[in-house]
Design a protein around this ligand. Structure first.
Ligand code: NAD
Length: 331
C-alpha cells in the first residue's frame, strides 16, 4: 500500500480521489488551505480514519510542504490544489498567478529537495493535475480534438496560470530529473463539485426558483468527464505512466451548454418536478457572454487508452442523473 501527499484534497476532484484511494487501503496526507471551494464535509466519512491525515496549510508555504514530506515520506505527490474557476480569474487574476504558478513552484521545489535527500527513488512520482484549457479553443465545426501534441494557447487568466504551472512541472523533470507526469483533463462533473460551476450552479438555481444563467446563446461545447473516471485515469498514471510525459483525459461526451442545461431541466422535471407543473426550462435565461469564452473543448484520449489501458465505463446520461440525485440528497 502506498502513501500519497495530496494537495487541494478538500475540493471537488481531490476529495473524490482521496475517498477512492483510502477505500483501497492507501494512506493519504491532505494539504488544503480550506479556501472558499473547500468543504470538510466532502471527507467526513474518513476524517477519523487512521489512513488519513489532514494539514490545514498553503501550497505557497515551503515550510509546511517540507514538514509534510519529511514526516510522511510519501511515494507520490498528487497536486490538485489550484484556483479553478475561470470567471473568478477574469475578475481577479492575481490569486491565480500566486496559487497556480507560485504554489506549483513551491510544491515542485519541496518535492525535489525531498527526493534528492531520500535516494532519488525511481518509483517516486509527482503528478501535476491540469486542464485541457491550456490548449485554448477548438472551432465549432472542427472535427479535431486536443491531444498531448497540441500547442499550448491558453486564453483566460485561469488557463494561462495552469499552462505556466504545466511548464514548470515539465522543466523540473527535464532540468532536475524529478519524476513528474502531467495530466490534462476536460470538464469534470460529479459529487462534491462547488456550486459556482455550471452543473451544480444550474441545479441550485433551478431548485431555488431562480433564473438559469446561460452565457451567450449557450452554443459553447465542453467534453464532460465523470470525476470517478478522471480519478481512475490518475491512478493509471501513477501505476503505468511514463515520467516526463503528459496524458490527456476526456469523457467523449461533447455537449453544447444549452443542451446540457436543457437535459438537467428534463431530469429535474422527472425526479423533482416544479410545484406548478411547469418545466424548469422556463427559468433558462441567456446572459452576456463570458469575456474571451472558449468555443469548444474536446479530448482525444487515445494515448491514455493505448499506454495506460484507460477507458470510461460510465454513460454520461446515467451519471448526470446520479450526479443530480446526489445534489438533491446533499444540498
Ligand atoms: P476546486 O476548486 O474544487 O478545489 C481546489 C482545492 O484546492 C480547494 O479545496 C482549495 O481549498 C484548495 N486550494 C486552493 N488554493 C490553495 C492553496 N494555496 N493551498 C492549499 N490548498 C489550496 O478544484 P477542482 O475542480 O477539484 O480541481 C482540482 C484540480 O484539477 C485543479 O488543479 C484544476 O485546475 C484541475 N482540473 C479541474 C477540472 C474540473 O473540471 N474541475 C478539469 C481539469 C483539471
Amino acid at each position: 500500500m502506498a502513501t500519497y501527499f495530496v494537495t487541494g484534497g478538500c475540493g471537488f476532484i481531490g476529495s473524490n480521489f482521496i475517498l477512492a484511494e483510502i477505500a483501497k487501503g492507501h494512506s493519504i496526507v491532505n494539504l488544503d488551505n480550506l479556501g472558499y471551494a473547500a468543504n470538510l464535509d466532502n471527507l467526513k466519512d474518513i476524517a477519523n480514519n487512521d489512513l488519513y491525515a489532514f494539514v490545514k496549510g498553503d501550497i505557497c508555504d515551503p515550510k509546511v510542504i517540507a514538514t509534510i514530506l519529511k514526516t510522511y515520506k510519501p511515494d507520490a505527490v498528487i497536486h490538485f490544489a489550484a484556483e479553478s474557476h475561470v470567471d473568478n480569474s477574469i475578475s481577479g487574476p492575481e490569486i491565480f498567478i500566486q496559487t497556480n504558478v507560485m504554489g506549483t513552484y513551491h510544491m515542485l521545489e519541496g518535492a525535489r529537495t525531498f527526493w534528492n535527500n531520500n535516494g532519488r527513488s525511481k518509483d517516486f512520482r509527482f503528478i501535476h493535475v491540469s486542464t485541457d484549457e491550456v490548449y485554448g479553443e477548438l472551432e465549432f465545426d472542427n472535427v479535431d480534438k486536443f491531444d498531448e501534441n497540441t500547442s499550448y494557447a491558453p486564453n483566460s487568466p485561469y488557463s494561462a496560470s495552469k499552462a505556466g504551472s504545466d511548464h514548470l512541472a515539465r522543466a523540473w523533470y527535464h532540468t532536475y530529473d524529478l519524476p513528474v507526469i502531467i495530466t490534462n483533463c476536460s470538464n469534470n462533473y460529479g459529487p462534491h463539485q462547488y456550486k459556482e460551476k455550471l452543473i451544480p450552479n444550474m441545479i441550485t438555481h433551478a431548485l431555488a426558483g431562480k433564473k438559469l444563467p446561460v452565457y451567450g446563446q449557450g452554443l459553447n461545447i465542453r467534453d464532460w468527464i465523470y470525476v470517478g473516471d478522471h480519478c481512475k485515469g490518475i491512478c493509471l498514471v501513477l501505476a503505468k505512466g511514463k515520467v516526463g510525459q503528459s496524458y490527456c483525459f476526456g469523457g467523449n461526451s461533447e455537449r453544447r451548454n444549452i443542451d446540457l442545461v436543457t437535459q438537467i431541466c428534463g431530469i429535474l422535471d422527472e425526479i423533482k418536478p416544479r410545484r406548478d407543473g411547469q418545466s424548469y426550462n422556463q427559468q433558462i435565461s441567456f446572459v452576456t457572454d463570458r469575456a474571451g469564452h472558449d468555443k469548444r473543448y474536446a479530448i482525444n484520449d487515445s494515448k491514455a487508452r493505448a499506454e495506460l489501458g484507460y477507458s470510461t465505463d460510465t454513460s454520461f446520461d446515467e451519471r448526470l442523473k446520479t450526479t443530480i440525485q446526489w445534489f438533491l440528497d446533499n444540498l
